[in-house]
Design a protein around this ligand. Sequence first.
Ligand SMILES: Nc1nc2c(c(=O)[nH]1)N[C@H]1C(S)=C(S)[C@@H](COP(=O)(O)OP(=O)(O)OC[C@H]3O[C@@H](n4cnc5c(N)ncnc54)[C@H](O)[C@@H]3O)O[C@H]1N2
Ligand code: MOO
Ligand SMILES: [Mg+2]
Length: 395
Amino acid sequence: MKSVDAHLAEILATVRPLAPLELELEQTLGTTLAEDVSSPVPLPPFDNSAMDGYAVRVEDLSEIPVTLPVIDDVAAGSLELRAVGPGHAVRIMTGAPLPAGADVVVPVEWTDGGTVSVRIDRRAEAGNAIRRAGEDVQTGEIVLKAGTVIGPAQLGIIAGVGRRRVWARPRPRVVVISTGAELVEPGGPLQPGQIWDSNSYTLTAAVREVGAEGFRAGSVGDDPGMLLDRLDTHLMRADAIITSGGVSMGAYEPVKEALSPLGTVRFEKVAMQPGMPQGFGVLGDDQVPIFALPGNPVSSFVSFMLFVRPALDRMRGLPGGMPETVTARTTGPLRSPSGRRSYLRGVLAADGTVSPAHGQGSHQLAALASANALIVVPEDVTEVEAGASVEVVRL
Ligand SMILES: Nc1nc2c(c(=O)[nH]1)N[C@H]1C(S)=C(S)[C@@H](COP(=O)(O)OP(=O)(O)OC[C@H]3O[C@@H](n4cnc5c(N)ncnc54)[C@H](O)[C@@H]3O)O[C@H]1N2
Ligand code: MOO
Ligand SMILES: [Mg+2]
């Protein structure tokens, strides 16, 4: 059987980072910057006030209290400014440009708030409550490096240096298709022998959670032809395809039947549990990667975490690789089939212990829903005692 690492390595050798596009600011959340962004101007662009108060000359504060005439009123965005001469005060709002001649801002709380003249009751040091031009960013300074994932704060500084568009690798568009004649769309009535399609929702959500765009394309039953039609419909706009089900040893394995003849998708057993039956390859002229995951809901979820997520990271221009693990102590004994790496469901606690879930069946939704971690049991281990330390993938 193929090792987990070899399967992941083959996937990572196949997928490619998406080509950068010049994106409008609003479209960039979750994308990966493909250029260094620098500032064309100093930030702030001009000396301005950090507080609502009065701009004055510090030498006029030598005798406190002192009353000064208020010669101007400067709000943020004001253009024409009168200089502050000796013995003058200018009322100033936070963010407003500092008038020439002033070298201190006295917060209004330290005064009587006068508008014609102001009594200042407390001395402020020179430079108080002044934001100097360029103290945040210098002209030409790189504020974000290529390869940075753009979140809200990164959008802030891109907008803050005046960029309307940036070059970034877009979020991969991933189409999720379920297979299985037994599947019914949640909300619909169940006939005998039917189940609700959970994989479509789990996998589309997992795609979105890792920063890609997920499109749930529904189920195609057990009909290979329907699968091929559904793939045709979505292939041109997909950067990747995920299917679940129909890849094992059964008589009706629509994914295997539909894709094996194409010769570009391989189906094999990987030395892991859950997630043993795996299909991976590329489709169409654009070599769109397809992840043909096993049908058992826990198998497809674990397969997503191990194989799809790292691939999507790479497509986003990020490193992407085997999920990180943390060390924990298992509170209960663990069992794992020899020769397969197990990913058992468990609950990792703040005290560094991990409690294995009661149900470890790869179809058991409840155990997966209550887990926040996958306990890794290596291929050559079949028993782990309670209290032993284990490696754990956080979910
Ligand atoms: N004789 C053998 N039988 C099986 C083997 C094997 O090696 N020899 N492998 C087992 C393992 S391991 C797995 S995993 C499953 C995977 O099989 P498939 O990928 O063909 O999945 P299906 O047969 O289509 O479905 C399996 C199971 O999962 C349920 N399912 C499928 N799709 C969904 C969905 N969208 N939402 C919820 N549940 C889904 C389906 O009803 C089946 O119960 O094969 C084992 N068999
Ligand atoms: O891959 Mo299966 O998930 O071992 O049940
Ligand atoms: Mg099957």
